[in-house]
Design a binder for this molecule. Structure first.
Ligand code: NAD
Ligand code: TDX
Length: 360
C-alpha cells in the first residue's frame, strides 16, 4: 500500500503546536504519522496532548532542537516527509529579561533542523520527491505600524525590535538562505497573534482570564491602546496545513484575518464574556469588573500596532478565517472555565516566580 505520510512537528507540546496536532488528527485520522519533538521547557506541557498520546500513529520524542546530533539521528531513524517547525522561545517579555536562549533555540535550533532535513532529503539532482519544510514565523518580524490603515505585506522589509522578533527574523533569514542557496524545499508563514485553548498564561488573553477568575489586578502596559491582530488558533492550524499542501514552494505567506483590537478592548470583552458565561451563583462574578484594570509601566520597545494583509493566502490558496472573534473568545473562555485544573497545575510552581518578577 501507499506509505503513510510522516510529519516531524517541533514544539508540539506548546500552545499552537498542540492545537495543530489535534487539528491534523481530526482532519487526517489514521492517514498520517506525527512525530512530535519537544524539549518540554516551561511552555511545553504533555497534558495538552493527552487525548492523542496513545494513538499508534503518534510518537513523542523529548529532545532539544539545540542538540544537533540528536536532530540528525531523528532524520536517520524516520523517513520524514514534512517538517512543521513551531519550537521556539515565544514570549516577548522573557526575551527582554533573558535574550540568550532566544538566539540558541530560535536561531541555532532552526539551523540544526534545516541542516538535518537538507542532509536527509538531498539527492544528486535535487531533493527526494514530495519533501517539504514549513517555518512557523510571526508578523512581529515586520516591526511596528502606526495607528491607521497600513498593513504588513510579504514584501514589507523585516524590521524586528525585540530580542524575540530579532531571533525569529534571523531564523526566517536562514530559511531564505537555504532556499536561495540550496533550493531547499521550504515555505515561511507569518501569522498574527493567536488565541485559544492551551495558551500559557504569560500571554495577554489567558493571563487576563486567569487574573479575572482569581480576582487579581489586570496589568495593562502603557496606555492600553496598542493594537494586535487576533486569530483563533485552529484557523492558524488550517492555514499551515493548506500552505504545506497548496502553497508555491519558496514563498512566504502572511496569515491573519483583519481582526485588529486595542488591548483595552480585549480586556473589556473578556470581562463581559466571563460575566455572561459564569453561572449566576458563582461567587467569582462579584469581583470581575473594570475596577480590576491597573495601568503599569510600558513594555520596553513596545510595538504599537500589528496588522496583517492576508490577500496572498486568500487569493492563491483560498484560506480565510472561519471563526469570528466573538465565537473564538467564547470558545476560549469556556475552555479555560472547564479546564481549571490545567491552569492550576501550570501556575503553581515556577510561574509564581515569573509573575512576581514581571508584575510586582
Ligand atoms: P509556546 O511557547 O506555547 O510553545 C513553544 C514549544 O516549543 C513548547 O512546547 C516548548 O517546550 C518547545 N521548545 C522550546 N524550546 C525548545 C527547544 N530548544 N527544543 C525543543 N522544543 C523546544 O509557543 P507558541 O505560542 O505555541 O508558538 C509556536 C510558534 O509559533 C513559535 O515559533 C512562535 O514564534 C510562532 N508564533 C506564535 C504566535 C502566537 O501568537 N503565539 C503567533 C505567530 C507565530
Ligand atoms: O500583562 C500584559 N499586559 C499587556 O498590556 C501582557 C502579557 C501583555 N500586554 C500587552 C502587550 C501587547 O501589546 O498585550 C499585547 C499582547 O501581548 P502578548 O500576549 O505578550 O503578545 P505579543 O507581544 O503581541 O506577541 C504574541 O504575538 C506574536 C506572541 O507572544 C508571539 O509569540 C507571536 O509571535
Amino acid at each position: 500500500g501507499k506509505k503513510m505520510r510522516t510529519y516531524l512537528v517541533t514544539g508540539g507540546a506548546g500552545f499552537i503546536g498542540s492545537n495543530y496536532i489535534h487539528y491534523m488528527f481530526e482532519t487526517y485520522g489514521q492517514d498520517i504519522h506525527i512525530i512530535n519533538v519537544d524539549a518540554l521547557t516551561y511552555a511545553g506541557n504533555p497534558e495538552n496532548l493527552k487525548a492523542v498520546e496513545n494513538y499508534p500513529n503518534y510518537t513523542f520524542i523529548k529532545e532539544d532542537i539545540r542538540n544537533k546530533e540528536a536532530v540528525l539521528e531523528i532524520f536517520k531513524k524516520y523517513d520524514i516527509d514534512r517538517v512543521v517547525h513551531f519550537a521556539a522561545e515565544s514570549h516577548v517579555d522573557r526575551s527582554i529579561l533573558n535574550p540568550e536562549v532566544f538566539v540558541s533555540t530560535n536561531v541555532l535550533g532552526t539551523l540544526n533542523l534545516l541542516t538535518a532535513a537538507k542532509t536527509a532529503w538531498e539527492t544528486e539532482g535535487g531533493y527526494k520527491e514530495g519533501k517539504r519544510y514549513l517555518q512557523v514565523s510571526t508578523d512581529e518580524v515586520y516591526g511596528s505600524l502606526e495607528d491607521g490603515d497600513t498593513y504588513f505585506y510579504e514584501t514589507t522589509p523585516l524590521d524586528p525590535h525585540s530580542p524575540y522578533s530579532a531571533s525569529k527574523a534571523s531564523a526566517d533569514m536562514l530559511v531564505k538562505a537555504y532556499m536561495d542557496t540550496f533550493q531547499f524545499p521550504a515555505n515561511i508563514t507569518r501569522c498574527s497573534n493567536n488565541y485559544g485553548p492551551f495558551q500559557f498564561p504569560e500571554k495577554l488573553i489567558p493571563l487576563m482570564i486567569n487574573n479575572c477568575l482569581k480576582g487579581e489586578k489586570l496589568p495593562v502596559y502603557g496606555d492600553g491602546k496598542n493594537v494586535r491582530d487576533w486569530l483563533y488558533v485552529k484557523d492558524h492550524a488550517k492555514a499551515i496545513d493548506l500552505v504545506m499542501e497548496k502553497g508555491r514552494l519558496f514563498e512566504v505567506y502572511n496569515v491573519g484575518g483583519h481582526n485588529e483590537k486595542q488591548n483595552l478592548e480585549i480586556i473589556s470583552l473578556m470581562i463581559e464574556t466571563l460575566q455572561e458565561l459564569l453561572p449566576e451563583e458563582d461567587s467569582r462574578r462579584a469581583h470581575i469588573n473594570e475596577g480590576l484594570i491597573k495601568f503599569v509601566a510600558d513594555r520596553k520597545g513596545h510595538d504599537r500596532r500589528y496588522a496583517i494583509a492576508p490577500d496572498k493566502i486568500r487569493d492563491e490558496i483560498g484560506w480565510e478565517p472561519e471563526t469570528s472573534f466573538k465565537d473564538g473568545i467564547r470558545l476560549t473562555i469556556k475552555w479555560y472555565l472547564e479546564n481549571n485544573g490545567w491552569m492550576e497545575r501550570i501556575t503553581s510552581g515556577e510561574y509564581q516566580n515569573y509573575y512576581k518578577e514581571m508584575y510586582r
